[in-house]
Structures are given as C-alpha cells and as structure tokens.
Design a protein around this ligand. Sequence first.
Ligand code: SF4
Length: 440
Amino acid sequence: MEYTTAKFTKDMKRTHTILVPNMAPLQFKLMKAAMEREGYRVELLGNCGEQVAQLGLKYVHNDTCYPALLVIGQFLDALNSGRYDLDHTALLITQTGGGCRASNYIHLLRKALYKAGYKQVPVASLNFSGLEKDSGFQMTLPLARMLIAAVLYGDLLMALRNQTAPYENEKGAAAALTDKWIAALSRQFHAGKGYSAPEMKRTFPVIAKEFAAIPKTHTPKVKVGVVGEIYVKYSPLGNNNLEEFLASQDCEVNLPGLLGFVQYCCFNMSETVRLYGGSKLEELAPELLLRWLDGLEKALCGALKDAGYHAPAPFSVLRTLPDGIIGMGNKMGEGWLLTAEMIELVQSGYENIVCAQPFGCLPNHICGKGMVGKIRALYPQANITPIDYDPSATRVNQENRIKLMLAVGRERLESGGAAVPHEENPFYGQAPQISSAAPV
Ligand code: SF4
C-alpha cells in the first residue's frame, strides 16, 4: 500500500516551519543557522519524555532501529502538542545514502504520518547523495559548505568544552563560552560569512585560545570516550543524557567528532569503487572532497594542539587503525569507523569507553560490541562497556553498568595505572601489531 503524504515544494520554504530532530546539539544549532541563511524557517526539536518512545512504538514496527523509532516518535509528539500550525509545518530528516536502514527512515516517517492523520505534513530530506530529487528542499553548494562548517565548528567547540569544563575554576565558564561562540557563529552564518576555508582557519585558533584562557585546575579525572551508532552517540534523547551523566560522575568525556563520520562517508564512496568497480570519476571525486576536508581537519587539530588541548588523530591515521581487525568493506552503519574510534581513544589515553548501541542495529553490534574482545586482546588496558539503548532498557540499568566501568577506571587512576597521554604513547597512531599468536 502506498502511504502518500504531501510533498515539500519550493514555495514551502517561505510558508512552512521545518522541524528538525536535534541529534548533535552544538553542530545542529549551527546547521539551523546555515539553513536559515538559505531562507528556511527552522526549529530544532527538544521535546522528550516517555511518550516519545511510546508514540514511536505505536506507529513504527517494533523491529525497527531505535533511532528511527525515537525520531519518528519525537516528530509525532511535536505535531500532537498543538504548538504548530499543521498546515504550515514540515519535517526534515537526514538520509545517509549508505546501504543501511538510515536511508529509509524517511519512508517509515511518511507511513507513520499517514497513519497518525498528518497527511498534509510534508517531509524533506537532508542528504548529500542526491536522494529525493523531486523535493523542494535541495542541497546547494553554499548550503553544503555552511553545513560542513557547522560540523567543524561544532566539533571544535565540543572538544574544547569537554576538555575544559571538568577542570574549570568557575563552574559553567566553558558552557557559557560555548554558547557565546554558537551565537556569534550563527550571526556570521546569517550574514553569509565565517564558513569559507580561510575564515575557518582564522577563527579556529581564536576560539581555542579563548577556551585556553579559562582558569583551570588540573586534577586527574577518569577519562571516558563515547562511541557508537551516530544518533545514540550524540543525541541526549537517544542516550538518556549520557554526556551529562558522565560529567556528573566527575569524568572528562571525549566524543569523537561528527567530521569523522563525514570523512568516513566520503572515503566509503571511493572504497566502493575500489572493491566493486566503477568509473575513475566516481573514485576520484570523493577523494578530492576528502582531501579538502583533511585540510580543514588539520587546521582544527592544529588549533586544539596549539592551545594545549588534546587533538584527535586525523582521519588519514584513523583509517589505518583497524588494519588486521576489520576490513574496510564493513561500511554499513558506522562500520569500521566505530572500531577505529575505539582504538584511537585507547591509544589516546581515553581507555574507558562507552559503546552506545541501539536496539535493532546489526552493523554496529558487529563493528562495535563485536570488536570489543579483539580490541581488549590487543590493548589489555581497554575498559569498554557496550550499552544497549532500546525502549525497554531502563536508564538506571544503563547508568549502573556505566558506574561499574567507571569504578574500574577510578581504581586504575588511583593506583597510578591510568592512561598514558597519547603524546607519550610510542604506539600512538599506529595500527595494532597483530601476531599470529595474538588471541584475536
Ligand atoms: S546503523 Fe544501525 S541503527 Fe542506524 S540505520 Fe543502520 S541498523 Fe539502524
């Protein structure tokens, strides 16, 4: 049966407010500004609560991935709230364009809207893969450049805030500076400025220096990395406010940035041609884009390092880390990137890792949870806890499991066996040395 809902037309840009699920809070606030610059009226959704998952369960098959269930539930909850003029409201959902189910959430959403009686609410797609060609919401070059800038600035602010807040002398200083920069960058985006490569390269060090100037006292903390399926990794709705919980446990949190996922998607396009064939152009075009992104990443990491902060390994290193553990052909969902991020975190001294896994997600159970044994065999100091997120999992249960992991981390910290900072780690940035005797 065809579940037909309204199409998002070009005219709706002026007449409709577009609701967007807030996946990565910092990056998405800047993406909102980028879309507003292009003339869209955008609102990031912050509604949460038990009813969101329940609505998702009511209108989506319960075998569906948890992120789809939550995003669809959140949209329906917003439409039910009475806050929006339903004839002038549209929804925006991301499509990765990869082989995984995330490319098809849009059809599940339309079906749910149809069944819930919201046939007049159009759905637009945010994608870089040329999907939904007949939609009035199209990716233009300026919008794409501004969205990428939003990812880079958001990643930088996230890294600086997370490495400053646990040590700041005045509580809330890092959060206030983050808000200040989000507002300043949003203003720049609205004016069509701040998103070119030279502007970003000039602004990154300015931001980093301001964070470095916040008075801090460096007392040893348990360092925790967070990896996982992209939605539950970043979204406070998806992971029950994981970052906030870890901060409340006196940890320093490291969430690998969203840029890595963008680079991974680019790399995979060329890798598909190398593995399965295709034209030279199909292989080369994403490689050129990747090279451009690598240049911006270098500027971002340089700004972090120059200001005295930890910078993540560049993508060119990241993609070599899973050598001998998992093949580059594992590119459904977060695929090999998830394994690479865990190795990079362990090598960087963030040995305590939460691996966030949604219910219904097969690829990430293979590349995340499924790789934990191998990583532990190669890096015995790795203290990784896979946490499942699904409608029936209780927050208390999830937090108790994380507390157990933190207890091990704290014990190591107190006994002096804590992480070696990555700069002093002789194996930093190297693929693990796998001998035939290694129990992998
Ligand atoms: S990565 Fe996992 S959660 Fe995401 S679409 Fe694929 S199966 Fe679903």
